[in-house]
Design a protein around this ligand. Structure first.
Ligand code: NAD
Length: 533
């Protein structure tokens, strides 16, 4: 199929008038017809969004987005390149002067309208997230809710956008700071939260008055396009938000290196983050990185074990373990180890894996062949390293699993220090490690290169507070799993999880604004700071 010549029906009158797919997002979806041995076929096409218009890629190249549960092709998408990024930047530059002058509360009104459209379409968008990314439907709808929550929250920031006022060392002089947009910003996002992560970046960048070139993951372009269309419908002026789908090495690189893009906001893997940071730093750009992790959950001997088990199952196998905050290591006190392990394995074996649109299913597929291969390699590596495979570990292939990328929920009994206990697997693979004390648990928890999320289950309030101080992560949960952040708090990590940036909450305003210091002298004469007075 990859080699077939695709024709955009809209531009090719000889093949008939356009046939729009019946869906609420008509504009961004054209219909492609192509001739094959089986006859004329039609397929949906997802386009680029530049300067307020849905358009094909300048090269005419396309790529497919598929449903990871069925391998069904959902759409063909325009594969942009450097030329398309350049057009998107032109549009962003053109619209910046006007957009930055729109009062922030007015920008907030548009964002609030976008939140309301998301709310109206929550069910169908949740389904789209599930179809394109593979998380179970409750999580698909939960993700839409997260986007709604954040946009509602950040719209309100339009009425804060706080600066400082302070005193001066000289008389008849006032000092203050004001926030200004950075300019043209590049937003690059992953596939595991295809609606929520873009909404965090786009919402914060927009309220602050920036204009945007947005590149979503090539695994989930439809979700991204649905969000962009909602912003367009909400009244965003042309050119303020532009989306270029396509490969990391063309579109991504052009965003990172583009001279006119002042800041890059990236969420994704560590290797990509490292490369982006080093390339962008040569251009002295601002870079915000939200990367991977290896999140620990500690179960102490005084924990509510039933509660901890619920948390482990949700934290480890929710989203098939494909969350940056997923619980990938459980550190269990030796006194309760056998009890926790027995029940954990029993309940993990009982998880229903299957069609993520079926509400009774606990865990869907992983998001694609490449992801599946990487996870299976790690499972193989775990066995070779000497970890004990307690349950799961295989790709599911029979019957309903004949198509799609399903892996059994997997548990290893491991010792700290193996690669499977230190590297991000990003799949339904959990390592359980026995520890002898709180001190050992903290030492093991912290002995990784990452630091996004952590959790401790204990009934000892003093120990809980100590853990907040001791765990080296950007997020810590007490008696709750490592997943479940709320949008009005900052989100981000330490060590290799990032470079100190935080998203969500009011911190996200900092990512997308420059702070200007202003001195107002009303003395009517030249006053010399540091020299007189
Ligand atoms: P990825 O790094 O492969 O890709 C992320 C995005 O960056 C994609 O759009 C990709 O096309 C683009 N990209 C990749 N290399 C690039 C380059 N050199 N230059 C420019 N663009 C480039 O990550 P992924 O597989 O899509 O997502 C999974 C990763 O994301 C995991 O490591 C996960 O932990 C991380 N993640 C982190 C957070 C967080 O907030 N810390 C949230 C979600 C996901």
């Amino acid at each position: 199929m990859g080699e077939k010549k695709y024709v955009d029906v809209q531009e090719e009158s000889s093949v008939g008038s356009p046939v729009w797919v019946a869906c609420p997002w008509r504009e961004r979806i054209g219909v492609l017809r192509f001739e094959s041995e089986e006859g004329v076929m039609e397929m949906r096409e997802c386009r680029l969004f530049i300067d307020g218009k849905w358009t094909g890629a300048s090269s005419q190249d396309t790529f497919e987005t598929t449903n990871p549960a069925t391998e069904e092709v959902l759409a063909r998408c325009a594969a942009g390149n450097e030329e398309d990024v350049s057009k998107a930047v032109d549009a962003a530059v053109k619209s910046f002067a006007d957009w930055k002058r729109v009062p922030a509360p007015k920008r907030g009104e548009i964002i609030l309208r976008a939140a309301s459209l998301l709310r109206q379409r929550k069910k169908s968008l949740g389904e789209m997230v599930t179809r394109e990314m593979g998380k179970v439907i409750a999580e698909g709808e939960g993700e839409v809710q997260e986007a709604i929550d954040f946009l509602e929250y950040i719209a309100g920031e339009g009425r804060r956008m706080l600066g400082e006022t302070t005193t001066s060392e000289l008389p008849n002089k006032k000092c203050m700071t004001v926030r200004q947009p950075v300019g043209i910003v590049g937003c690059i996002t992953p596939w595991n939260f295809p609606l929520a992560v873009p909404s965090w970046k786009l919402g914060a960048a927009l309220i602050a008055g920036n204009t945007i070139v947005f590149k979503p993951s090539s695994l989930t372009p439809l979700c991204a396009a649905a969000l962009v269309e909602i912003f367009q419908e909400a009244g965003l002026p042309p050119g303020v938000l532009n989306m270029v789908t396509g490969a990391a090495q063309t579109v991504g690189q052009a965003i990172v290196e583009g001279e006119r893009i002042r800041a890059v906001s990236f969420t994704g893997g560590v290797e990509a983050g490292r490369e982006i940071y080093s390339r962008a730093s040569k251009k002295l750009k601002r870079v915000a990185l939200e990367l991977g992790s290896k999140n620990p959950l500690i179960v102490m001997d005084d924990a509510d074990i039933a509660l901890a088990l619920e948390g482990i199952l949700f934290g480890a196998f929710g989203t098939s373990g494909q969350r940056c905050t997923a619980t990938s290591r459980v550190l269990v006190h030796e006194k309760v180890y056998a009890e926790v392990m027995d029940e954990l394995v029993r309940r993990t074996r009982g998880l229903r894996v299957g069609d993520p649109l079926d509400p009774s299913v606990d865990m869907g597929p992983v998001c694609g062949r490449e992801q599946e291969l990487k996870i299976l390699n790690y499972i193989d590596m775990g066995v070779k390293e000497g970890a004990r495979l307690i349950c799961g570990g295989r790709k599911l292939t029979k019957g309903d699993y004949g198509r799609g990328f399903f892996i059994e929920p997997t548990i290893f009994e491991a010792t700290h220090g193996l690669r499977i206990t230190k590297e991000e697997i990003f799949g339904p693979v959990l390592s359980v490690i026995k520890v002898g004390s709180y001190e050992e648990a903290i030492a093991v928890a912290n002995d990784v290169d990452f630091g996004l999320s952590s959790s401790i289950y204990t009934r000892d309030i003093n120990r809980a507070y100590r853990a907040i101080d001791d765990l080296e992560t950007g997020i810590t949960y007490i008696n709750a799993p490592t997943i479940g952040a709320e949008v009005h708090l900052p989100f981000g990590g330490v060590k290799n999880t990032g470079n100190g940036a935080r998203e969500a909450g009011s911190a996200s305003i900092g990512e997308f604004t420059e702070v200007k210091a202003v001195f107002i002298d009303y003395s009517g004469r030249l006053q010399k700071a540091q020299i007189e007075g």
